[in-house]
Design a protein around this ligand. Structure first.
Ligand code: 5GP
Ligand code: MN
Length: 324
């Protein structure tokens, strides 16, 4: 039903504002650029506008040049009646792009976060989908639209990133069935993988070494923490670092169920990446601090120092760990 409503929304309207969350990642961007192929095929008009530029490593994606970053002057060109918002659980996560929505604008909300607030006029929310890109794939399929190369590649990027390279427990038979179609449409897994994961600058590798040296185990080895402080992140080296994936190193230690990467990009403002490899629900844990995400991958912000944030996280974790 939701899928049909979403298709009706796309078919009925002619000009869309397309956006995703702040700090767009491979799934948000991949789902948008994937959907663009479908909109082109249907001869629809659209504008892709994000609050932030997408991650640098995503610059290889076809159609990336169609993405514009919000600026104040855009409001003068008129506001949008219709928007498709993807991979965004709460509307405030689209940032300033909200200023481009006309009052009472129609919104199609496409997402796979359990916590999605269903803020759309139409909502296509599939928590069982691995990624928002997978949902976009299912729209192509239901509408019988052939996958062009750029869309296939974009959807593949979303799948790969949100399944942790086809590794997490959201890597379902459906994911592989879709991946088969994407590869048949011309996606080269080795090339996409190199661009996404084997394309790091030296600064990032130096930062990884630093972070690894901070790893500590807690709760009898069931919880691991690692951090990068403000002094480092603000240094010439630190500014060039992309820490995506760092949290997987403490998580990979045997016996560890939950890992936190604690970063202080701004003095006194902590950003935490939370990961789990058991039933321990880090979405619920992130909720305690006003954050969220998925049961096994979430994020939150905490005011204070690295040390204070670590103590708060460990305190909140202790009571939630299942007895062994
Ligand atoms: P990461 O640790 O990779 O930055 O984020 C992991 C996941 O947590 C993201 O896919 C996103 O769903 C969620 N997330 C990250 N930061 C925040 C945040 O500040 N608030 C909320 N609600 N979710 C977040
Ligand atoms: Mn996603």
């Amino acid at each position: 039903v939701e899928l049909n409503n979403a298709i009706n929304f796309i078919e009925e309207k002619d000009n869309f504002l397309l956006t995703t969350h702040i700090n767009p990642d491979g799934d948000g961007l991949g789902a948008i650029l994937g959907l663009v192929g479908l909109l082109k095929r249907l001869n629809k008009k659209y504008s892709i506008i994000f609050h932030d530029p997408p991650q640098e490593k995503l610059s290889f994606m076809e159609r990336i040049n169609e993405v514009r970053v919000y600026d104040e002057s855009m409001t003068r060109d008129g506001l949008y009646d219709d928007a498709i918002i993807i991979d965004v659980p709460h509307l405030d996560r689209i940032g300033d792009v909200a200023k481009l929505l006309k009052k009472g604008a129609h919104i199609l909300n496409i997402d796979h976060h359990v916590s999605n607030e269903r803020y759309g006029t139409s909502n296509l929310i599939e928590p069982s989908a691995s990624s928002s890109a997978e949902i976009v794939g299912s729209i192509f399929e239901r509408m019988g639209v052939e996958l062009d190369h750029a869309s296939a590649q974009a959807i593949y990027v979303g799948l790969s990133v949100d399944t942790g390279r086809f590794r997490f427990n959201n890597t379902t038979p459906e994911v592989f069935r879709l991946a088969e179609k994407l590869i048949k449409a011309g996606v080269m897994p080795d090339i996409v993988s190199d661009k996404l994961y084997y394309n790091k600058n030296m600064e990032t590798t130096i930062a990884l070494g630093k972070m690894l040296s901070t790893i500590e185990l807690h709760n009898g080895g069931r919880v691991a923490t690692g951090y990068l402080d403000n002094e480092f992140l603000n240094s010439d080296v630190g500014k060039k670092v992309d820490t995506e994936g760092f949290v997987n190193h403490p998580l990979a230690i045997n016996g560890v169920e939950v890992a936190f990467l604690i970063q202080e990009p701004v003095k006194g403002q902590i950003r935490v990446s939370l990961r789990s490899k058991t039933d321990f629900d880090v979405n619920k844990l992130a909720n305690v601090f006003g954050g969220g995400g998925h049961p096994r991958a979430s994020g939150c912000r905490i005011d204070g120092s690295v040390q204070e944030a670590k103590e708060k996280l460990l305190e909140a974790t202790k009571s939630r760990l299942d007895p062994l």
